[in-house]
Design a protein around this ligand. Sequence first.
Ligand SMILES: C[S@@+](CC[C@H](N)C(=O)[O-])C[C@H]1O[C@@H](n2cnc3c(N)ncnc32)[C@H](O)[C@@H]1O
Length: 222
Amino acid sequence: MVDVLSDEIARFVRAVGPDPDETLSEMDDYAEREGFPHVGPEVGAFLRFVARMADAERIFEFGSGYGYSAYWMAAALPDDGEIVLTEVDEDELELAREYMDRGGYDDLAQYELGDAMETVEDYTGPFDVVLIDHQKHRYADAFEAVRSKVPVGGVVIADNAITAGPIDFEALLTIAEGGAPDDVNEHTRGIADYLERVTDDPDFETIVLPLGEGIAASYRVS
Ligand SMILES: C[S@@+](CC[C@H](N)C(=O)[O-])C[C@H]1O[C@@H](n2cnc3c(N)ncnc32)[C@H](O)[C@@H]1O
């Protein structure tokens, strides 16, 4: 994980923020051990905070991995709530099931193996919170696919809005300021296109927050 915050500030945000439970700590250890690009505790805590603020009853994720982000958000759901986890990797999804079960969230979860872009078509929504965290070049398409299922007051969050291994931040900044850099890789282009798509949408208000690898939060205002 390429943290936007300095180590010291990240430690401070972690120290002041809500403590991960034992399972989440184990999941953090798993990410560290396996080099898995999970959203990390600062973003996890923020996702749960957003789900609480939105009074979320239904949540959809594009790219759930082994369930880390889903686990954080599930704690904000009511007993009859629902969170849809999508994942192309069968082993990751199976691990997600185990962790969600340990947290007592299994009854809330739908586990969907396969391309999230196809799975989202099988659900009518509404989704109060959506996390986009799969393939960066498909973020804008993911937003398009789920947009009509997000009610006023709902929030769409995209991870890696500032950085990640293959993202060229200089190019991203140039594009955000109206420039046109040469040789933009598809990951960077994907994030730039996504940010342009959501910020141009009059029904959403978007801000980028420098937490984790950067997140874009888009609130549906109309
Ligand atoms: C960066 S990880 C994030 C996982 C999770 N949100 C977390 O914080 O732990 C992205 C995940 O998306 C999955 N993925 C990639 N393309 C996908 C697709 N088209 N549909 C569903 N999942 C996908 C990858 O296998 C990977 O596990």
